[in-house]
Design a protein around this ligand. Structure first.
Ligand SMILES: C[S@@+](CC[C@H](N)C(=O)[O-])C[C@H]1O[C@@H](n2cnc3c(N)ncnc32)[C@H](O)[C@@H]1O
Length: 279
């Protein structure tokens, strides 16, 4: 699939730029302060669940700048005020769900910092994962949280239902190439008008940082006892073109800071109306 008619933006998407107006700069002291607070809150639910689950949650949420950046950009702003229905595909032990619930809890307690986009009200998070051990850690972590359901499922087969936000973070390259477009198509069908897909991909045109990130993925997968993963990557322009072809408005945002990996966030909106899509 070529990227001929695809526009890839290196800046924050227009809606996110609007939502994040006034939010502190990426990597600044206020950003790091909120990140620390959220890491403490979000990892608590894994505490009674064994050392691995707890420290993994802390390491992932504190070490990967994507999580705080999603909030700083307001990637999910503008979703239904009554409560956003999330679907997280390939959720691992569901640290993303934990992050969003922690952010919203902080806002509900009146402790959300001024100038930041308001985090969405979490109606539900349905989190799907293939690996039984990750599912078990996720389910144990959310045993007392009715908004979050962690399910054992293969995202190439599972029914996605109807939701407002789909996240698929560092997952799509584990899926065989002939199944990837089917998953994207079903994500599009699952999203209501105005819905948003947030997908992080490794950019196969990203040179040595790309090779470094794929090596890291394979090493981690091997270290967790899942064997040597075959990864199926594409240049970011190809992912973007595939999403455009499904009717999404797509913006690409490089993940700031952290290790020099060639990871790119694609924030893809379903237009509210055909007129908006054509604009
Ligand atoms: C690198 S991890 C990312 C986990 C999580 N999204 C995060 O950001 O913390 C990739 C995850 O995708 C899961 N995965 C891969 N293929 C899958 C499939 N077909 N169905 C469900 N989960 C899958 C893996 O088991 C793994 O937990």
């Amino acid at each position: 699939m070529g990227g001929g008619s695809t526009t890839v933006f290196d800046a924050a998407p227009a809606r996110a730029r609007h939502a994040s107006r006034g939010a502190p700069a990426a990597g600044s002291a206020p950003v790091r302060a909120l990140q620390r607070q959220l890491v403490d809150l979000a990892s608590q639910r894994y505490r009674s669940n064994g050392r691995f689950a707890y420290h993994f949650a802390r390491g992932k949420l504190g070490g990967d700048p994507m999580f705080i950046e999603l909030l700083r950009l307001g990637a999910f702003s503008g979703q239904r005020g009554v409560g956003t229905r999330f679907l997280d595909l390939g959720c691992g032990q569901a640290v993303f769900a934990s992050w969003m619930v922690a952010a919203r809890d902080l806002a509900d307690e009146g402790r959300w910092p001024e100038g930041w986009p308001e985090p969405p009200r979490v109606a539900t998070v349905r989190a799907l994962e293939l690996m039984p051990a990750d599912v078990a850690r996720g389910q144990a972590g959310f045993a007392d949280e009715p908004r979050v359901q962690v399910e054992h499922a293969d995202i190439c087969q599972a029914d996605f239902g109807l939701v407002d936000v789909v996240t698929i973070l560092d997952v799509v390259h584990y899926i065989p190439p002939d199944a990837q477009d089917g998953v994207l198509q079903r994500i599009r069908t699952a999203l209501a008008p105005g819905g948003v897909l947030v997908m992080r991909v490794g950019d196969a045109s990203g040179g040595w940082p790309y090779r470094l990130s794929r090596w890291a993925d394979q090493t981690i997968t091997l270290g967790r006892g899942h064997g040597w993963a075959r990864l199926h990557c594409r240049p970011v322009a190809d992912w973007s073109a595939a999403l455009h072809a499904l009717g999404f408005q797509v913006h690409a945002v490089p993940t700031p800071g952290g290790l020099p990996f060639a990871n790119v966030l694609l924030i893809a909106h379903v237009p509210h109306s055909p007129a908006e899509g054509a604009a």
